[in-house]
Design a protein around this ligand. Sequence first.
Ligand code: MSP
Length: 536
Amino acid sequence: MTKPSFYITTPIYYVNAAPHLGTAYCTMLCDVQARYRRTAGYDVKFLTGMDEHGEKVAEAAADHGFDTPQAWCDSQAPLFRDLWEKIEISNDDFIRTTEPRQHHAVQYLWDRMNESGYLYKGSYDGWYCVPEETYFTENQVKKSDEEHETQGQHLCPDCGRPLERVQEESYFFKLSAFQDKLLAFYDEHPDFVQPDFRMNEVRTFVEGGLTDLSVSRTSFDWGIPVPFDDGHVTYVWFDALLNYMTAVGYSLDDEASRAEFAKRWPAQYHVVGKDIIRFHCVIWPAMLMAIGEALPEHVFAHGFLTVRNSETGEAEKMSKSRGNAIAPQDVIDLMGVEGYRYYFMTDVSHGKDSAISFDRMEQVYNADLANSWGNLVSRSLNMSAKYFDGKTPALADGWAEKDNPLREIAQGIEARYAACMDVMDYAGAKDVVMELVHAANHYIEDTAPWAVAKDEARAEELRDIIVNLLESIRISAHLFAPFMPETSAEVFRRMSLEGEETTDDLAAVCEWGGLAGDVPVTKGDALFPRLAADKK
Ligand code: MSP
């Protein structure tokens, strides 16, 4: 049977600074989903990459003393790739908008747009925010207070930074023609934008009216040339959004590319931050409507990671330009990659903004990983090795049908977990697994295997207890694998179940009864050593 395709993308990141926790967060959200879908039987394509054109990147290149923006981007690409590898990002592709495949696709897009009747030449006279790479009309901009250091300047309504005045010949995309079509599309696809409240924001924005979008630049040259008009380069967002189709063969005419495009497009999920919803939920769908391509199934918009400003006490978006960005390495140093992934994926809200703190990280790590999950694994493997001669107990016929409290919780656990994972409710999915982990820890206290082991007449009871614990661990390791892939692989190794994590039938492997009996078991080192208070 052919597996259904599941195509998921991150935004492509501007190459203006090294990645920080905020950028890594978005990539990790996708990674957990991609890993989960692979185990659930999908043929996954997970794309991430870099957005290398535009004024912002050209300025960063100049600021860093590079001769060309390309040389700057080339110097930064390894930082992104290396970080993704370090934090166990399992992307299948890494696109850079300066690659020939993107150049080809963007020029092909220009020709399709030209034929569509939704493109016209005019001149743009208005404001431009370089850090946000966004146009603003006179009515949208804020004028700063004369007293303030930005005296009388026009400021970006989104980020508050000074705007640039732009007056230039430009091609325009007739975005205004898509208001009704977009509203009708949202009505037919109420779950297009997730979570729900973001859908309402998008709808309200579109109901307010749309203005045509300037999609080429002439005062500036770091971009893909417009194929039919020398001197015009593509507006960075018009270029960037197309990456999602470029990576699955859009614009290529050979049979393999056409088959890939037919299989992968439309994407199931674009995961983006709330600041770029308008590009993904309004402009991108309108572009696709104009050229007659299918729209993505869902755009999931997450909030920002924020940090508390020690002077004002206010929560601020973490960003390089605010100087409050935390390097992923700082968190890795504190609690390892697996702890890092667990905390950000299960404790941080994925819809709204979330203030993060090292205190909270430590608390979650110690409570959930050191004291609960890690402790359960150590105690259970240790007892199995101790009481069964370095092995898991030999399994008695019918063991998996025997009633016990852990088996009861494990019934239907995969379905409860999947219902959360399918909608990116990772905190909910974690609670489902933790219920089994906590129950197993209580079961150890309630059954007191160390006492049972002293009485030879209770050998069968001891075997049942250990088997039930090991089986709970095996199932929990499967369900935790998208969050902590290396830990789960290690748990499987210690139970002589190497390679279990590569399953593509999660429902089947989570059935009670998959344990291997009478095989070597290794206690190993603590998976999550407790953090000492001074390790911050
Ligand atoms: N290049 C565009 C995206 C083009 S997609 C076709 C862009 N790049 S970005 O590097 O500025 O931001 C990329 C993503 O990182 C955005 O989704 C943004 O929301 C996210 N984040 C940047 N800082 C963040 C936090 N502090 N918290 C969470 N996500 C944040 O926009």
